[in-house]
Design a protein around this ligand. Structure first.
Ligand code: FES
Length: 110
């Protein structure tokens, strides 16, 4: 499918086949230099940068439940739907990306 321009800024990028995403869990995906985390939640898929905004730990090694990813290093937590921190010591939001399903694959807007 490739890259498709949207409204002059950002474009959809192919990320991963839907059947490669762990059900109800978090899956690590590298896209170029970006390390991303793909979450399968009760409300569908969500994507964020994988590194914790507190100390840079890889959230893909954390604990995931529902819509909440808990950092493996200091147990800060984020809501993966919008990236907001919901538990100390995390205070800065996680960068999240719009995503969509297309032809059995997940795409994100960059
Ligand atoms: S590195 Fe994630 S809470 Fe500290």
């Amino acid at each position: 499918m490739g890259v498709r321009a949207m409204s002059g800024k950002g474009a959809w990028h192919d990320l991963i086949a839907l059947d490669e995403i762990e059900e109800g869990w978090v899956t690590r995906v590298d896209l170029g230099a970006r390390r991303l985390a793909v979450y399968h939640t009760p409300s569908g898929f969500h994507v964020s940068l994988a590194l914790c905004t507190h100390g840079g730990a890889d959230l893909c090694d954390g604990y995931f439940d529902g819509h909440v990813i808990e950092c493996p290093l200091h147990q800060g937590a984020f809501d993966v739907r919008d990236g907001r921190p919901i538990s100390a010591p995390a205070t800065r939001a996680l960068k999240v990306f719009p995503c969509r399903e297309e032809d059995g694959r997940l795409q994100i807007m960059l």
